[in-house]
Write a protein that binds this ligand. Structure first.
Ligand code: ADP
Ligand code: MG
Length: 241
């Protein structure tokens, strides 16, 4: 579904992604882990064209993203839901409107259909009773669940998550991870940058360990966590486990 070939990304003379070649298959859940500053967010942003690579290729379902016009990129990006650390909900719209707006504006979905999909998704993330509230009336965990529902409303083929629980109070992490776990179980293709090692162990099909601008090591969680092979991963796991 996603293929990355010889991806390189520089900011001025800072080479943030050095040479990455990987692919994501349909239905796979990839957890990207690694120290802060490794290039994880930049990598994720390259996957959906929010960031233009300096060189190399990113293909989504065989289509090259690098060099596309903004309009063509927008079209592809609709198929890739993205959830960030910071929710980014529209503060002046109700929860329901937050979820309805993109399908209506971008896809031309009619109001009634958008509403019924939004209500179904709110139920899925356990927030059917919050439809008429505004974002500032919600807890962080609830906001993030709305953000996930909003991304799902576009019926994406893959969901990209950039540390979706890092800004949350600890007691709210689980409710968001549960929604993500359910989504993974439903067969959604997911690339998740996370520091939640328990989630990664349990849900990932593959771990991609990033450090210093490289994917240093990939593997099944049971192998990676028990026997990391790269020195950088050994060092990282020693610090956090
Ligand atoms: P991570 O998500 O793993 O913490 P990032 O991808 O955010 O890492 O950042 C990797 C490096 O790229 C850092 O050195 C950061 O300062 C740099 N960087 C990220 N985005 C930009 C940008 N827009 N302009 C300049 N430097 C950036
Ligand atoms: Mg980051």
């Amino acid at each position: 579904m996603i293929e990355v070939k010889d991806l390189q990304k520089k900011f001025k003379d800072n080479i943030v992604l050095k040479n990455i070649s990987e692919h994501v298959n349909q239905g796979q859940v990839i957890c990207v882990i690694g120290p802060s500053g490794a290039g994880k967010s930049t990598f994720l942003r390259c996957l959906n064209g929010l960031e233009q690579p300096t060189s190399g290729q990113v293909l989504f379902e065989g289509q090259e993203l690098v060099g596309l016009s903004d309009k063509a990129l927008d079209h592809i990006r609709q198929k890739m839901g993205m959830v960030f650390q910071g929710f980014n909900l529209f503060p002046n719209m109700s929860v329901l409107k937050n979820i309805m707006i993109a399908p209506i504006k971008v896809k031309g979905t009619n109001e009634e259909q958008a509403k019924s999909t939004a209500m179904k998704l709110l139920k899925q993330v356990g927030l059917a009773d919050k439809a008429d509230q505004y974002p500032d009336q919600l807890s962080g965990g609830q906001k993030q669940r709305v953000a996930i529902a909003r991304a799902l409303a576009m019926d994406p083929q893959v969901m990209l998550f950039d540390e979706p629980t890092s800004a949350l109070d600890p007691e709210m992490v689980d409710e968001v991870l549960k929604v993500m776990r359910d989504l993974a179980a439903s067969g959604m293709t997911m690339v998740v940058v996370t520091h939640e090692m328990g989630f990664a162990k349990e849900v990932a099909d593959q771990i991609w360990f990033m450090a210093d601008g490289y994917i240093q090591e990939t593997g099944k969680p049971e192998d990676f966590f028990a026997h990391p092979t790269s020195p950088r991963a050994q060092e990282f796991l020693k610090k956090i486990l």
